[in-house]
Design a binder for this molecule. Structure first.
Ligand code: SAM
Ligand code: DTB
Ligand code: SF4
Length: 346
């Protein structure tokens, strides 16, 4: 990672009760407009704010950087499902767990383009292609390059999530027209080993470096509700916010508990803590798209509305994520209409 040398450390002072909340008091001043260092303590202090103060602050930051009534609709398609050799404890696509997800071949180009055209006709402007690989071999990557070219030619924003990349692969994706590469840190550095044993946290950072180096925008976020502590959630947001430059796109997923995975019986996760996580991501990464990602089928509309109020400005749109469900597109349109949100058009 290319962390800049001139970053300041943040010493956090908790604010006295009943004083106006200033986020500058919780984070160091910026030396230049894009880069500042957050500390786990600084982000945790945000988490610890009264809910109302935190949301007010996050909404203020959101309004300074985005149209607060606009939401980007992103459709996700699993172009290669199942049979993954990795052991990510949350994932229904690992071949190590009995989840009922079959190992399927890579989708045909025409099928992917048909899905993209349908998504576009329904109002999606972003199309994300996911594959259940540890990372692509060249023979895996070749068909994906054609998919990226085809989707880009439709005029959609393109994103792919294919696992760890080797040298040169990000450049090929860039040349094909890839706008974003999604590669999540998933959780706090010190919790990563409890969730995934087949690769290391630093392997993820190496791929993110490759993506950046090739000039592809970084989509990097994580999952909450995997048994991590609040401090660990704060550490995950801190790690994301201290990527330099910050990721342009930050998906925040609520764990989807899938039967057969090691995390199938994870404890229920409190809705307000999820909303707080979104708010902290918005405050710490003011220019990034914050994506309310997996887990919406389990979220009441009012909770989703709070996530948007806290600064999320993108949702997955369409009945399926990769292997699990997502709200019906028509229901999402009604939900957004009701609240006066408009889909982002570019
Ligand atoms: N195989 C590639 C990889 O792991 O980077 C790409 C696909 S993988 C399914 C993309 C991301 O989906 C994971 O990093 C994780 O954050 C998210 N994800 C997978 N299963 C999930 C679940 N059950 N609940 C929430 N998010 C999940
Ligand atoms: C991300 O952070 N979430 C999406 C996308 N990036 C690829 C994936 C969610 C997957 C949820 C479980 C499933 O449907 O298999
Ligand atoms: Fe494989 Fe990705 Fe699932 Fe991990 S998250 S098991 S790497 S598909």
């Amino acid at each position: 990672m290319s962390n800049s040398d001139n970053r300041e450390q943040c010493s956090v002072k908790l604010l006295p009760m009943n004083q106006p909340i200033s986020v500058e008091a919780l984070a160091p001043r910026r030396r230049h407009p894009v880069s500042k260092t957050w500390t786990v303590e600084g982000i945790e202090a945000l988490f610890n704010l009264p809910f109302s103060d935190l949301l007010y602050k996050a909404q203020g930051v959101h309004r300074e950087h985005f149209n607060p009534n606009e939401v980007q609709l992103s459709t996700l398609v699993s172009v290669k499902t199942g049979g993954c050799p990795e052991d990510c404890g949350y994932c229904p696509q690992s071949s190590r767990y009995e989840t009922g997800v079959e190992d399927k071949p890579t989708m045909a180009l025409e099928e992917v383009l048909a899905a993209a055209r349908l998504a576009q006709s329904r109002g999606a402007t972003r199309f994300c292609m996911g594959a259940a690989w540890r990372g692509p071999k060249q023979k895996d990557l070749d068909p994906v390059l054609d998919m990226v070219k085809g989707v880009k030619a439709l005029g959609m924003e393109t994103c792919a999530t294919l696992g760890l990349l080797r040298a040169g692969q990000a450049e090929q994706l860039k040349a094909a027209g890839l706008d974003y590469y999604n590669h999540n840190i998933d959780t706090a550095p010190d919790y990563y080993g409890s969730i995934i044993a087949t690769r290391e946290f630093n392997d993820r950072l190496d791929t993110l470096d490759r993506v950046r180096g090739a000039g592809v925008k970084v989509c990097c976020g994580g999952i909450v509700g995997m048994g991590e502590s609040r401090t660990q959630r704060a550490a995950m947001i801190t790690t994301l916010a201290n990527l330099d430059p910050q990721p342009e796109s930050v998906p925040i997923n609520m764990l989807v508990r899938v039967e057969g995975t090691p995390l199938a019986n994870a404890a229920d996760f409190d809705w307000s803590e999820f909303v707080r996580t979104i708010a902290c991501a918005r405050i710490a990464m003011p220019d990034s798209m914050v994506r309310l990602s997996a887990g919406r089928t389990q979220m009441p509309e009012a909770m989703q509305a709070l996530c948007l109020l806290a600064g999320a400005n993108s949702i997955f749109y369409g009945e399926k994520l990769l292997t699990t469900g997502n709200p019906e597109a028509e229901l999402d349109r009604q939900f957004l209409d009701k609240l006066g949100y408009v889909p982002q058009t570019v």
